[in-house]
Design a protein around this ligand. Structure first.
Ligand code: C5P
Length: 349
C-alpha cells in the first residue's frame, strides 16, 4: 500500500517527460500536464487488466472450455442485467475513486495524501455500522480511533517525498486544496463501495467472487473508458492513448490491479474493517522489511505510531473477550432466536 502510493506519486512527478526544462525556464503547468501520461487511460488499462485476470480465473475453473466460459458470461452478464446494474454502483464509485487518487497524487505530496486517506478507516466503520448493521462497541470505536492516530504518526515519519522537489513549486502549491478534496472524497467512496460490495457478496453466498468481479468489472471497464474519452479526448487524440507509459507507469497499473483483486478476496474471507487493519499493519511490516534490508532506522514518532497500531489491533480483536457459550445445535435450531442473535453478534465482534 505504502509502496503503491510512492510509486504512483513517483509516476506523476518523476516521469522523464515531467521534469521541468531548466533551459527554457518552463514552469508552465499546461506543458507539464501535457507531457505526463494521461491518468484516466491508466485507470482504464488497470480495469481492463483486472477483467482479463478474472476471465482467466473463470476460464481455469471451466477446465479451459470456451463454450462453458461463454455460458458463464451469458448467465452472469446478459441474463442478469439487474445484478450488473447493482454492481454498477461500486463500479462507478471505484472508477471515480481511482481517478480522484491520481488527481490527489498530482497535487499533494505522498505524506499528506497518506495521512488524509486514513479517514477511510472511520468511513469504513461508519458504513459497516449503518449498512451492514455491524455492532461496534465503544471499545471497538476506541481501537479504530487509536488505529487512525497510530497510522498518521507512523506515516508522517516514514513518508519522505523527495520527488516533490522535482515539480515546479507553482504546481506543487497551487492545487493543494484540490488534492485534499480529492483524497477526502476518495476516503468516502472507499468506505461506501467496500461495504456495499461486501453486502452484495455476502448477501448471496452462492454466487462466486469471480462472477461478482466480472459483474462489477464490465461496468468499470466501460465507465473508465467513457470517462477517459470524455475527459481527455483531445490529449489522447494528440499524443496517443499510451502516451508517456514508462516502466513505472506499467508497474503502478500492475500493482493496482493485483491490489484490487486482493481487496476483493479480503472482503470475501474477512470484512472491510479487518481490511483497513491489515492495510495499516502493512506499514509496520514494510518498516521491518526496510529495517532488515535497507537499514531503515525508525524514529520516536514511528515507534509510538507502531505501538498504537499494535495496541489497536489487540483491543479490536478482543482483549478481555466475552466467554462464548457453545450451544447445542438443536437448541439453536429450536427457536433460541435470541441466543442465535447473540451468537452472531459474538461472531461479528
Ligand atoms: O483504497 P481501497 O481499499 O478502497 O481500494 C479498493 C481498490 O480495490 C479499488 O481500486 C477498487 O477498484 C479495487 N477493488 C476491486 N475489486 C473489488 C473491490 C475493490 O478491484 N471487488
Amino acid at each position: 500500500m505504502v509502496g503503491l502510493v510512492i510509486l504512483m506519486r513517483y509516476s506523476r512527478v518523476n516521469s522523464p517527460n515531467s521534469k521541468p526544462n531548466s533551459k527554457q525556464n518552463s514552469s508552465n503547468d499546461d506543458d507539464l500536464q501535457s507531457s505526463l501520461y494521461i491518468s484516466s487511460t491508466a485507470v482504464f488499462t488497470m480495469e481492463l487488466l483486472k477483467f482479463f485476470i478474472c476471465t482467466l480465473v473463470l476460464f481455469h475453473s471451466t477446465n479451459y472450455s470456451f463454450p462453458h466460459l461463454f455460458q458463464i458470461f451469458k448467465n452472469s452478464l446478459i441474463d442478469s442485467p439487474y445484478e450488473v446494474l447493482k454492481l454498477s454502483v461500486p463500479s462507478l464509485l471505484y472508477a471515480l475513486q481511482n481517478n480522484l487518487l491520481y488527481c490527489a497524487l498530482t497535487n499533494l505530496d505522498a505524506a499528506s495524501y497518506q495521512v488524509i486517506y486514513q479517514l477511510k478507516i472511520l468511513t469504513t466503520a461508519l458504513f459497516s455500522v449503518t449498512m451492514l448493521h455491524k455492532k461496534l462497541t465503544v471499545r471497538k470505536w476506541f481501537s479504530l480511533i487509536l488505529l487512525s492516530f497510530g497510522v498518521i504518526l507512523a506515516q508522517t515519519s516514514t513518508s519522505q517525498d523527495s520527488h516533490v522537489a522535482s515539480i515546479p513549486t507553482d504546481l506543487a502549491k497551487k492545487n493543494r486544496l484540490v488534492g485534499t478534496l480529492c483524497v477526502v472524497m476518495a476516503a468516502c467512496t472507499s468506505g461506501f463501495s467496500g461495504v456495499y460490495f461486501e453486502k452484495i457478496l455476502k448477501g448471496s453466498p452462492k454466487v462466486s467472487l469471480w462472477i461478482r468481479n466480472i459483474q462489477m468489472g464490465l461496468p468499470s471497464v466501460l465507465l473508465s473508458l467513457l470517462s477517459s474519452l470524455l475527459k481527455d479526448y483531445s490529449p489522447i487524440l494528440r499524443s496517443g492513448f499510451f502516451h508517456g507509459y514508462t516502466t513505472t507507469v506499467w508497474s503502478v497499473i500492475l500493482v493496482q490491479a493485483g491490489g484490487g483483486l486482493l481487496v476483493a478476496l479480503v472482503v470475501k474471507y474477512a470484512d472491510n474493517v479487518l481490511k483497513v487493519f491489515a492495510a495499516s499493519f502493512s506499514i509496520v511490516v514494510n518498516a521491518v522489511v526496510s529495517y532488515v534490508f535497507f537499514g531503515f532506522v525508525p524514529d520516536g514518532r514511528f515507534c509510538v505510531g507502531t505501538v498504537a497500531v499494535c495496541c489497536s489491533i489487540v483491543i479490536y480483536s478482543g482483549g478481555g473477550q466475552k466467554k462464548r457459550t457453545i450451544l447445542p445445535l438443536n437448541r439453536l435450531e429450536q427457536g433460541g432466536k435470541e441466543e442465535k442473535e447473540n451468537l452472531i453478534e459474538d461472531k461479528d465482534s
